[in-house]
Design a binder for this molecule. Structure first.
Ligand SMILES: *Cc1c(COP(=O)(O)O)cnc(C)c1O
Length: 381
């Protein structure tokens, strides 16, 4: 493994599987419900397969992905727990769902029709209620109708779910959504169906997992970031640290322009460090990143100097005389956090994490030692 790493460009996303397991335990204790950990989008950039395996070792009895292909990737890696497909499936993917034993969430009339028309059928499905997100899902009556038709067709309506639009911002909106969800659940029960997996809460909504809910669907919290401004006060720590080794430190005279367009001009004799991590790797290329953004070297922040490039970023390390070539410059981890970077980029922590590009090797650490390394250029090690 060391050989593989030595052969790669010195940029890493280090994934701490012990922290992932600790976060899982903390979130499960807080939720007081079984969890359906969300490992979509390559486990928010952390690597779906190693993360799914670690979560199952930590006690997860089911997982959620967004799309069928993501579920199939887990199955190819031998992950055998139930996998729920949150964001939908195309009509042509029913066969894939069945072959890979994936549990679809039925959220559109076309999906309902595809399942009813297909010769192959999944053993179970969940049905989605739109309670105010206005994205996917059925209104109350259409939800009841969809559930009844699936059930009559021999598909177990194992779950009923909805998605909260504003759990991190507005408890009032969440209360309205939960009331609508309760109403839909009541209506389907009156028609004789009893979905066993009833779920609404993602990370921000965990405290809202009340009453009839039997499972929660956290993502972000498991990766160690809390939702903002509202969300559960759970003690979690960031799982991923993205860093790279400083390739070059150069002394430049006052007046020197740095990077494309010369938008940083040294106001004094300066030291500029070049770091091999750019926007293709997930460093946001925004004005605020250029003006407020920083990387941390040995815990001390140095500001970004000039426009972030596709493959490289320059830092003004004039105020940190200790910085040397080969030092580890941290884009995100404990400090700065993905939320800090998100603020500089004018986005959220979800986008920053999922934006860490496939070009960055993922290195997995457990029990204080490296247990796996993955690069898209040369298999697992
Ligand atoms: C992504 C997603 C989640 C997880 O959301 P977090 O905010 O990361 O906890 C839960 N449910 C659905 C439907 C999702 O799409």
């Amino acid at each position: 493994m060391e050989e593989l790493l030595a052969a790669l460009r010195p940029a890493r996303a280090r994934i701490d599987l012990d922290r992932l397991a600790a976060n899982y335990a903390a979130v499960a204790a807080h939720a007081r419900l079984p969890l359906m950990p969300v490992v979509k989008a390559d486990a928010y950039g952390h690597g779906a397969v190693p993360v799914a395996r670690a979560l199952v070792r930590a006690g997860a009895t089911m997982l959620a992905v967004a799309y069928p292909e993501e579920g199939a990737e887990l199955r190819s890696a031998g992950v055998s727990v139930p996998v729920i497909v949150l964001a939908g499936f195309a009509e042509g993917q029913v066969g894939l769902l069945v072959r890979q034993r994936l549990t679809p969430i039925v959220s559109t009339p076309a999906q309902l029709a595809a399942l009813l028309a297909s010769a192959e059928r999944p053993a179970a499905a969940h049905v989605k209620v739109d309670t105010g997100m206005s994205r996917l899902g059925f209104g109350r009556d259409a939800f009841v109708d969809a559930a009844l038709r699936l059930s009559a067709h021999g598909i177990d309506v194992e779950g009923a779910m909805t998605h909260l639009s504003s759990a991190d911002e507005s408890p009032e909106t969440t209360a309205i959504q939960l009331d609508r969800f309760d109403d839909a659940l009541e209506a389907v029960r009156q028609r004789g169906l009893q979905p066993r997996l009833v779920h609404a809460a993602s990370s921000a909504g965990l405290p809202a997992g009340r009453g009839p809910h039997t499972v929660a669907r956290p993502g972000l919290l498991l990766y160690g970031l809390r939702t903002r401004p509202l969300g559960p006060d759970v003690d979690v720590r960031p799982v991923m640290t993205v860093s790279a080794e400083v390739s070059l430190v150069k002394e430049v005279p006052e007046g020197t322009a740095v990077s494309y367009g010369g938008r940083f001009v040294a106001r004094r004799p300066s030291r500029i460090a070049t770091v091999p991590l750019g926007y293709a790797d997930g460093v946001p290329r925004t004005r605020a990143m250029r003006e407020d953004g920083a990387f941390a070297i040995r815990g001390r922040r140095s500001p970004v100097a000039g426009t972030v490039c596709m493959d490289l970023t320059m830092l003004d390390v004039t105020d940190d005389g200790t910085v040397r070539e080969g030092d580890e410059a941290v884009l995100l981890g404990d400090d700065p956090t993905a939320w800090d970077v998100a603020e500089w980029a004018g986005t959220n922590a979800w986008q920053v994490l999922t934006g860490i590009g496939p070009r960055v090797p993922r290195v997995y650490v457990e029990g204080g030692r490296m247990v796996e390394a993955r690069s898209r250029y040369g298999g697992g090690a």
